[in-house]
Design a protein around this ligand. Structure first.
Ligand code: KG4
Ligand code: ZN
Length: 340
């Protein structure tokens, strides 16, 4: 199956051509094209994503990327299915992709499938390693700017949410702490860069909800602890090594919480593999911690390559194939708060 996938849920306009085969038992993917037009420079002066600017950029970039995609293809669209993200995300941004996809489906007479952005992140794991029957049950940790979710996957068609954040998402905490540390947007990669020069045990930040017997997370209190620390140490922001220590200690608190809760779930549900996805999975220290803990327990650790961690359309194409096979459909309207 050839799939044209479109993603505009936040600040990346993305189009991909994905070839999928193998069915639910042995899904295989070939990424023919994976185009992303990033809006980082547009939103950076505002310190975060401005929805109406995102919409304007998507409207400008969608036809440009589409033309790029068809280049050298004699301007024919070789696709059996068009897939588009319908949520969660910024609704003005989501609508641009949905309307564009509807127009393409009409012009080229192709079927159109709405896809959840979260399914996209989750199934991006399939772009990493071959996943077989013996890798189930699996525990999936999905960590992005809007979500922090732990899932139990019994097989390719059975997903159960074990827990999620009760306030800020992990990526959101990275972004907010970056702002406190006066680092530019997007904050996650900047905090990681800074943390590389710091001591992760310099400051003992709290690990909220770590000792609770559930699989929920909370990161808003951690962010507030960083704020209080800065209020108590007024000179900290003047000193590069102090900033690095704060970044490293904050990052360690997030990683410690995510890793311990994921491993606790893996033990309880006798998991065979751990899947990591979402923008925060681009964090090398988090990848390393989960990889090490998985190794200790002889669990297969699955994380997609860096280009598929943050928002992209290839993962939407992958999710579209899986959802098509498991007959999962979403309404073709923007659903800002769509969840599992
Ligand atoms: O999946 P994603 O691109 O968009 C959403 O679906 O939200 O995730 C974006 C989030 C942002 O909060 C960003 O700061 C975070 O992922 N992020 C990182 C890193 N790269 C991106 N967080 C920590 N370390 C990173 N290297
Ligand atoms: Zn995302």
């Amino acid at each position: 199956m050839h799939i044209l996938a479109i993603e505009t849920s936040c600040d990346e306009t993305a189009l991909a051509l994905v070839d999928a085969s193998g069915g639910l038992k042995n899904p295989k993917f070939k990424i023919k094209k994976n185009l992303v037009a990033s809006q980082i420079n547009i939103h950076r002066p505002f310190g975060g994503v401005v929805p109406m600017l995102a919409k304007r950029e998507h409207l400008k970039n969608l036809p440009l990327l589409f033309n790029q995609l068809l280049k050298n293809k004699k301007h024919t669209l070789d696709a059996d299915l068009i897939a588009v993200t319908v949520g969660p995300g910024l609704e003005p941004a989501l609508w641009t992709g949905i309307e564009f996809a509807k127009e393409l489906a009409r012009l080229w007479d192709k079927p159109l499938l709405g896809v959840s952005h979260l399914d996209g992140h989750l199934f991006s794991a399939l772009l990493s390693k071959k996943i077989t029957k013996k890798d189930f049950p699996a525990i999936a940790l999905l960590v992005s700017g809007g979500h922090t979710i732990l899932l139990l996957i019994k097989d390719m068609t059975s997903f159960k949410k074990l827990g999620e954040t009760v306030d800020d998402a992990a990526g959101e905490a990275f972004d907010k702490v970056a702002r406190l540390l006066k680092l530019p947007y997007p904050g996650g990669p900047e905090v990681e860069k800074c943390a590389k020069n710091g001591r992760r045990d310099a400051i003992k930040f709290p690990r909220p909800m770590l000792n609770q017997k559930n699989y929920n997370f909370s990161f808003s209190g951690l962010k507030t602890s960083v704020l209080y620390y800065l209020q108590d140490n007024l000179d900290a922001l003047k000193n590069k090594s102090d900033i690095a220590d704060i970044a490293a200690s904050f990052q360690e608190a997030v990683i410690d919480t995510l890793t311990k809760k994921t491993m606790r779930a893996a033990e309880e549900f006798k998991a065979k593999s751990i899947w990591l996805s979402g923008g925060v999975s681009a964090n090398s220290a988090l990848r390393e911690a989960l990889s090490n803990e998985s190794k200790k327990r002889k669990l297969k650790f699955i994380v997609p390559d860096f280009e598929f961690n943050t928002d992209n359309a290839a993962m939407i194409g992958v999710a579209a194939y899986m959802n098509h096979l498991r007959k999962k459909k979403y309404k073709l309207i923007a659903q800002g708060n769509l969840n599992f």
